[in-house]
Design a protein around this ligand. Structure first.
Ligand code: ATP
Ligand code: ZN
Ligand code: MG
Length: 310
């Protein structure tokens, strides 16, 4: 028992310790920052291929960005309005030799040294879909059938936790749709159904429920309530570290015209485009599989092994 922690937190810490003891996660001394074993990575890769099996025939435009977004795009994205507490900016040393000497001295003496670090033009990607909107807006009005993009990236969120399912650096695979409200709603509805069937094919207990994003501050509480009232976000939940508090493993988000307005993304008739995305939390799905089928992948149910490894 850790002092002052809830039963759910104790369960999370115990699951993390078990994953570390089994060698699946490699600790670094920082909560939410882990290495992954070969077995863990193999599960992530097989699941990534399974997503492509279910979604690849839709003809999505594949884009792969590194886990950083351009600072000017990040500033324009509105992320700092809603989630300033989660953002991670990349800073680098820009001083002269004197500043370098001072840095080394302070490092040696265990003093704070990072105040000499200056912001670069790179911000860590908070969600895999962020670079997509400015990229497709740059191309001009959407074609009549809209746009469908497939992205996959490591993401950073400053939310250190004992829960192994809440990492600071984790991967998100997403399909992103832009077009008319009808095109976008149809996309999201089809993925709520497909996502459920996909996860059930892995013999995992799933539940789909209304959700909201953790908007910052008092105004944020109103944004979260309105997001719920309008049914803009759904999550597919699976119990991982705690049975009482299941974890969001997939998210289905309808942004209405939020990104369309921000980036001046339009449909062929000149209307502001609507967007939606479905996001798969790759580590969370792997952890759900380890939780429900055990740490030994060779002992997983034959049907689940067949789905993943063929
Ligand atoms: P939560 O409510 O648990 O914080 P979220 O609503 O913030 O999740 P999204 O912003 O919708 O999650 O992100 C898309 C997907 O990325 C989630 O469905 C989840 O599977 C995964 N994800 C989000 N945050 C984390 C994290 N800290 N560690 C691992 N996976 C995450
Ligand atoms: Zn997204
Ligand atoms: Mg979150």
């Amino acid at each position: 028992m850790r002092a002052g922690s809830t039963p759910a937190e104790n369960g999370q810490a115990a699951f993390r310790d078990a994953l570390v003891a089994a060698g699946l996660l490699i600790p670094t001394g920082v909560d939410g920052l882990y290495g992954r074993s070969g077995v863990f990575e193999d599960v992530v890769e097989r699941f990534n291929d399974l997503i492509t099996t279910w979604g690849g025939d839709d003809g999505a435009d594949v884009m792969r960005f590194p886990p950083g977004v351009a600072r000017h795009q990040f500033e324009q994205s509105g992320y700092l309005k809603s989630f300033p507490h989660l953002a991670g900016t990349v800073h680098a040393f820009k001083g002269d030799e004197r500043a370098h000497q001072s840095l080394l001295r302070r490092l040696e003496e265990g003093e704070e040294w990072t105040d000499a670090q200056m912001a670069t033009n790179v911000v860590l990607t908070p969600a895999a879909c962020y670079p997509v909107y400015p990229t497709i807006a740059e191309r001009g009005p959407l074609p009549t059938d809209g746009a469908l993009v497939d992205v996959y990236s490591y993401c950073f969120r400053h939310e250190p936790s004992l829960d192994p399912a809440r990492m600071q650096l984790f991967r998100m695979r997403e399909y992103v749709r832009a077009g008319t409200p009808e095109q976008v709603m149809e996309f999201r509805q089809s993925w709520v159904e497909r996502g459920r069937a996909l996860m059930e094919s892995l013999s995992l207990p799933v539940d789909v429920d209304l959700a909201n994003d953790p908007f910052f501050g008092r105004a944020g509480r109103m944004l979260a309530a309105s997001q719920r009232d309008q049914g803009l976000k759904f999550e597919l939940l699976i119990p991982i570290a705690s049975a009482e508090q299941p974890t969001a493993c997939l998210s289905f988000n309808y942004h209405q015209d939020h990104f369309g307005l921000l980036w001046d993304l339009r449909t062929p008739d000149g209307a502001v485009a609507h967007t939606a995305c479905v996001g798969f939390g790759m580590e969370r799905v792997a952890l759900a599989l380890f939780r429900h089928h055990g740490f030994d992948v060779k002992a997983w149910p034959a049907a689940v092994r067949a789905v993943l490894w063929g």
